[in-house]
Design a protein around this ligand. Structure first.
Ligand SMILES: [Zn+2]
Length: 564
């Protein structure tokens, strides 16, 4: 009784704290002058992270005016080859910061500021933190043009609102209006049995539930007979009006016999916790079936702050000969909701089908440091790399290190070390550690060198091997030839590539001076804009250098004529 009371008090006080936060609803205006249609919602489940903003569709176009949501100053500018690409952060007098990412270009005054720093630093990628009076912007001022830069898979604007602690907040709280009358779609439901004696229909394996749609739209399943500790999960997506995109939901809750035992809402979280998403979903199932099941229970290692109103962390204890009705409800931000009802009859039974557990010599405890050494390799996992204890599969043959497989998520980097004493000094310099995917494709992993050892830090399990790269990168001009007149040209374009380890560094010069080459990493395209500089004289020399990750270097040189 005392414990129950404590649970009640705790959950009550947590929700009371959350409910206090009131966000200003009329402060920010929308960043684009088109009807807002989303290809991504806040908190949507992505690879190893929650989506931290809204993805606003830009009608398959780039170059739309992006407006500052309120007055403030540019507090941060970042240009990266991947991730957010070109991004602007604006800090506002009310303490919030708005973020605009995957931009094509900045508005003229910001563009000039950025170029000045790029030429000073001699780098296309840059990370700037302007002072409060450097770049002041008004509400509605055009700050940039929308694009598809960085890791973006199609033209859109990624828009975020962060609080003073740099925590992203669901922008919908600030009065963003998105028409949405569509109800979330529950596409799958599963039940997990935990421990030796728990079971569903005499099986301790994962049970996939057949979803039955009733005439009134309610989703239900056949009654299951079960006993012991159970956990539930569903696959669910949501769509907004006017688009086919499968977006994320806003909240998920579960009741047992009408009493709430689980709830999470994507309102705000810290970037430091985003990777725990891999514990919120059934990661193994995602790996095998590309289907994200959201669990309605919280595993011990899961430190996400999104949960509310948990009873027994969402795990259900089913007793013999009692009946239960589990109801799982998914809601979007507008409150459109869909429920799945699972009737359960408690029945203690013999377990006929048991879990498949492949025992291995390496039983890794999640709370301990784990390490394997074999021949010339060592792999070491820090404490709490794993969310659960695991029989770890390990193999090392034909030069390939097999580290279990990608069905297990890791929370921290492991270190893989190769002793390369047996290679000549020359060859050691050209070796790197690569991850090899199931198709045999090799991916460079950031390889560090210490004496006669190579090592790399990674969070992805799977196959790793040493690869030798002795081939230089390539630079191919796209729109011009050597010894050409380029007087009428606005741009110079090159394609840059490397066969194995990948391009680490590039540098362009005209007549010995650094030039800004914009790099589109997805297209492997370098572009120079002749408007950047005034050239002196008519005969010029162009030099572009590319270095791969093991320092093979290629230098491209061309001459051209140009009258300014
Ligand atoms: Zn986004």
């Amino acid at each position: 009784m005392g414990r129950l009371f404590l649970v009640f008090v705790l959950s009550f006080s947590i929700s009371a704290v959350v409910a206090q936060i009131k966000y200003p609803e009329d402060y920010f205006i929308k960043p684009l002058k088109i009807p807002l249609i989303l290809s991504g919602t806040f908190g949507e489940l992505r690879s190893n992270h929650f989506h931290s903003g809204l993805d606003i569709k830009t009608q398959q176009r780039v170059g739309l005016n992006v407006h500052s949501s309120a007055k403030g100053y540019v507090s941060r500018i970042k240009i990266a080859h991947w991730g957010y690409g070109k991004a602007i952060y604006i800090t506002h007098p009310n303490g919030y910061t708005t973020v605009y990412a995957h931009l094509k270009k900045f508005a003229p005054k910001i563009e000039a500021y950025v170029k000045k720093h790029q030429y000073e630093k001699e780098s296309y990628t840059i990370h700037l933190f302007p002072e409060a009076n450097d770049l002041v912007v008004e509400k509605d001022e055009i700050i940039a043009y929308s694009g598809n830069s960085g890791g973006s898979g199609g033209p859109h604007l990624h828009y975020e609102i962060r609080d003073g602690n740099a925590k992203p907040i669901n922008p919908m709280f600030f009065g963003v209006e998105i028409p949405d009358t569509r109800i979330p779609e529950i596409r799958a439901g599963v039940v997990y049995s935990f421990g030796d004696s728990s079971h569903v229909n005499q099986s301790s394996r994962l049970k996939e539930l057949k979803i039955i749609k009733k005439k009134n739209g309610t989703l239900t399943t056949n009654q299951i007979e079960a006993y012991g500790t159970l956990g539930f999960g569903i696959n669910v997506i949501d769509k907004q009006n006017g688009a086919l995109n499968n977006n994320g939901i806003f909240s998920l809750e579960m009741t047992v016999n009408g009493k709430k035992v689980y709830e999470h809402k994507v309102d705000t979280y810290a970037f430091s916790e985003t990777r725990y998403l891999n514990s919120l979903i059934d990661y193994g199932r995602f790996y095998h079936k590309r289907q994200r099941i959201q669990k309605c229970f919280v595993e011990p290692a899961n430190k996400l702050s999104l949960y509310r109103n948990l009873v027994n962390k969402g795990y259900l204890q089913v007793e013999d000969s009692l009946s239960y009705t589990v109801k799982i409800t998914a809601k979007d931000y507008k409150g459109n909701k869909r429920s799945l009802i699972i009737p359960i009859k408690g029945k203690k039974d013999t377990v006929l089908v048991t879990k498949k557990i492949t025992e291995t010599p390496n039983y890794f405890k999640a709370n301990e440091f784990n390490k394997i050494t074999r021949d010339n390799i060592t792999v070491a996992f820090p404490k709490k790399s794993f969310y659960n204890d695991v029989y770890f599969k390990f193999d090392y043959k034909d030069g390939i290190v097999s580290l279990h497989n990608q069905s297990i998520p890791l929370h921290k980097n492991f270190t893989l070390t190769f002793d390369v004493s047996k290679y000549s000094k020359e060859k050691r310099k050209q070796l790197f550690i690569a991850r090899k995917n199931y198709k045999g494709k090799l991916y460079y992993t950031n390889t560090r060198r210490k004496e006669n050892k190579l090592y790399a830090l990674n969070k992805t399990l799977g196959n790793y091997t040493l690869v030798l790269d002795s081939i230089k990168p390539k630079i191919v001009p796209i729109n011009f030839k050597n010894n050409q007149s380029l007087t009428k040209y606005r741009y110079l374009k090159f394609r840059i590539s490397d066969n194995l380890s990948g391009v680490k560094f590039y540098r362009g010069e005209i007549d010995g001076e650094w030039i800004l080459l914009e790099y589109d990493a997805k297209k492997r395209l370098l572009t120079y804009d002749f408007n950047d500089k005034k050239l002196i004289g008519t005969k010029h020399t162009l030099k572009v250098t590319a270095i791969d990750n093991v320092n093979n270097t290629y230098v491209y040189i061309a001459s051209f004529n140009r009258k300014e």
